[in-house]
Design a binder for this molecule. Sequence first.
Ligand SMILES: Nc1nc2c(c(=O)[nH]1)N[C@H]1C(S)=C(S)[C@@H](COP(=O)(O)O)O[C@H]1N2
Ligand SMILES: [Mo]
Length: 324
Amino acid sequence: MLIRHKRPGDLTENDVTPERLYLNRRAIMRGMAAAGAGAVVPWGAAQAAYEDIPGEKLDYVKGPYRTDEKLTPYESVTTYNNFYEFGTGKEDPSENADTLKTEPWTVEVEGHAHNTGKYSFDDLVDPQQLEERIYRLRCVEAWSMVIPWVGFPLNKVIERLEPTSDAKFVQFVTLHDPDQMPGQDWPVLDWPYVEGLRMDEAMHPLTLLTVGVYGRVLPNQNGAPIRLVVPWKYGFKSIKSIVKIRFVSEQPETAWNKAAPNEYGFYSNVNPNVDHPRWSQKTERRIGGGGLLSLFERRDTQMFNGYEEEVAHLYKGMDLKKHF
Ligand SMILES: Nc1nc2c(c(=O)[nH]1)N[C@H]1C(S)=C(S)[C@@H](COP(=O)(O)O)O[C@H]1N2
Ligand SMILES: [Mo]
């Protein structure tokens, strides 16, 4: 990680020159060619399989946590989205998100940590640490996808930020700028979109800070330039286009919990045994690729979205019907 140990105010807007970001972004794309040979063994075959995918290529290693399930086609991953800042229709984000300006990008770190302050994208993202993880994403609306993300564990960033013992939760905040995110002109949610995790959830090795998909830089509609992916929780916990990370001592507010607290809890772990008040969570529809018949094909939703072995211990002794 290139994170330097900054104090608040050490980095000013003037330090985040577009030129510097531009150069570093190019370094990510060239990957190891720029950083020295041999540091990373590209996952040749699979990367080759993505040859036809459009967008700027990333270099990454094949990370842990994968699945043999068929990948959701790139087309569906990038045109069937929830990103209400660009409209509430599934195709709205892919049609409207080009107004989002992702370079330069600054993430502000606040709260109970030693290394608070402003970080440029390149301070947070070390191109040498990118890995691909294939995760199931289960939306609370009872559909799912299988997506090859590129990112790195959030815990690596948190370690460098050095939270204090008062930091019990982490809150994340999406950009709030109606000029770039026209959906924010409508009071669909209380903008900006906010999300949160308990510290042990944030530190879990599955929790991914994500900068790419299908071997390419994240398209805007998928939450560019940096988003969270928390695969054992409903999709709305995976907050997009993050500009703030706050270390807090109390359970933070979250966008959907504020909007409808009886429908969306703080934890929002995927749980087929706890129905949404208005629909069942027992089964799900896999999006994309299967033609008309697949619209009717449903599969069983798995506890913790199939990551029970990895995460069940985090909730030992908790009543998951109460803490839904
Ligand atoms: N800022 C923000 N983040 C968000 C959302 C949103 O509307 N705004 N939608 C969430 C929901 S409901 C889901 S299912 C996932 C969808 O991610 P994807 O479009 O990359 O599949 O993003 C989540 N992150
Ligand atoms: Mo969702």
